[in-house]
Write a protein that binds this ligand. Structure first.
Ligand SMILES: *[C@@H]1O[C@H](CO)[C@@H](O)[C@H](O)[C@H]1NC(C)=O
Ligand SMILES: *[C@@H]1O[C@H](CO)[C@@H](O)[C@H](O)[C@H]1NC(C)=O
Ligand SMILES: *[C@@H]1O[C@H](CO)[C@@H](O)[C@H](O)[C@H]1NC(C)=O
Length: 399
């Protein structure tokens, strides 16, 4: 049951060159504020950041009220709320992270090699402390592989990229391929305050890291840890495509650039085109300061550079790669389900638990019943976007 929210206006993409709408997050809430006058945001990075923070604060106050102490997670990312202050912590842009990690590369090579499939493909996810603690997202993620249809064997190809030491320790305790991507001087543990410098840094750090993985000639499936794996996705992937990505909203055409991709799940072949593309994507953060990787992807997917290098992009059908924005309706077909379009880490965990229960119930049915029964998910429940509507926040992009 897809959420029946208003479609975004068709003019959306045409504005991309001249006036960038202010867009806040991966997933469903990206365009919540996109109708804000962009004039105040141009050029001056500091001004942009301050405006952004102000808007985020106003939005968050509207959204949460003063007494909400839960971590806030929008789209595909976990956002932490400073409950004491009631405001997100504000960071001024700090010096660019030193991205040279030559010494790490040897260790990384070893971890990737140990996990890779015969064709050099690895499954990658990133993890921070908040998602790694027992009972949180990471446990549910691993459980999905165990209860999924022949997905348990994929765990031996999964490499967990821990963004802080607690997440690394937790990974080592429960999984065999762990890598600590700990950036000097930056703590990604739990306080990935939404759209602050650190939040953006964490998102961009990931793109830079994935770029390194491609350089090392590994193909990867990148999956957020709040994507539940119920079936092997490989049979559903396109052959001979460089970059394929799941969607919050799927238009019905895998080649349609108007699809709403979600960076939380993608499959990338390592070759000259994808390597060039990731470098271009990463460097584009400077062209579009203040935006995160998924937004920037939506800007650059039209760029002539992408056509010139001949990168082949495809969008994955939500029938197989669904989420709370647009659930996979048929449990006989679903491969993955993503807890996108969800506000609050507690809500996310709540609904993912129900999702796993639904799957277990479906799995225990005899084969004939599986095929004939019209089974559907009982979620989203707490992840529903209804709760947002009462605040009259413009939701023009939350299919
Ligand atoms: C990054 O760190 C390395 C060694 O740790 C150093 O040689 C290099 O100059 C640094 N780069 C930047 C841009 O600070
Ligand atoms: C990338 O391009 C170089 C030459 O530009 C070529 O030698 C190399 O084989 C290519 N690598 C791949 C993986 O296509
Ligand atoms: C989920 O929603 C129900 C009903 O609105 C509420 O009672 C419950 O506290 C919520 N749970 C979480 C974890 O948000």
């Amino acid at each position: 049951m897809p959420l029946s929210l208003p479609r975004r206006p068709p003019t959306f993409h045409r504005r991309r060159q001249a006036q960038l709408p202010l867009r806040l997050d991966a997933g469903c809430l990206i365009d919540m504020l996109s109708e804000s006058p962009p004039s105040c945001l141009r050029r001056n990075l500091l001004l942009s950041l301050l405006s952004l923070l102000l808007l985020v604060s106003v939005y968050c106050l509207l959204l949460l009220g003063a007494d909400d102490r839960s971590p806030l997670s929008l789209g595909r990312s976990s956002l932490y709320w400073n409950s004491a202050a009631g405001f997100p912590s504000v960071f001024l842009p700090s010096p660019v992270v030193n991205l040279s990690h030559v010494s790490e590369e040897y260790k990384l090579e070893k971890v990737l090699k140990a996990a890779a499939m015969k064709d050099g493909t690895v499954i990658l996810t990133t993890l921070n402390e908040a998602w790694a603690v027992p009972g949180s997202i990471f446990d549910l993620f691993l459980e999905s592989f165990r209860i999924g249809d022949d997905t348990r064997r994929l765990l031996k190809h999964l490499v967990v990229i821990a963004l802080d030491m607690k997440a690394f320790q937790r990974c080592l305790a429960v999984h065999s391929h762990c890598f600590a991507l700990v950036t000097e001087g930056v703590d990604f543990s739990s306080e990935a305050y939404f759209m602050t410098a650190d939040y953006l840094k964490m998102m961009w750090r990931r793109i830079d890291f994935l770029s390194t993985v491609l350089d090392m000639e590994y193909n990867f499936v990148f999956t957020d840890a709040d994507v539940m794996w119920f079936r092997d996705p490989f049979p559903q992937f396109f052959i001979d495509v460089d970059f394929q990505i799941a969607c919050d909203h799927y238009t019905g055409d895998s080649e349609d650039m108007e699809n709403r991709p979600n960076g939380g799940f993608n499959y990338v072949q390592s070759n000259n085109r994808s390597i060039e593309f990731y470098k271009f994507w990463y460097s584009s953060r400077e062209t579009y300061p203040g935006y995160h990787d998924q937004d920037v992807f939506n800007f650059i997917k039209y760029d002539t550079f992408v056509t010139e290098i001949g990168l082949k992009i495809r969008f994955l059908d939500t029938a197989y790669f669904g989420g709370f924005c647009e659930p996979s309706e048929d449990l006989n077909q679903v491969c993955t389900m993503h807890a996108n379009c969800c506000v609050g880490l507690d809500s996310k965990i709540h609904d993912l638990r129900i999702l796993l229960q639904d799957w277990k119930r479906y799995s225990s049915l005899p084969p004939t019943l599986k095929r004939s029964l019209i089974t559907s998910w009982r979620v989203p429940q707490n992840c529903s976007l209804d709760s947002l509507r009462q605040y009259d926040v413009p939701m023009n992009n939350t299919q």
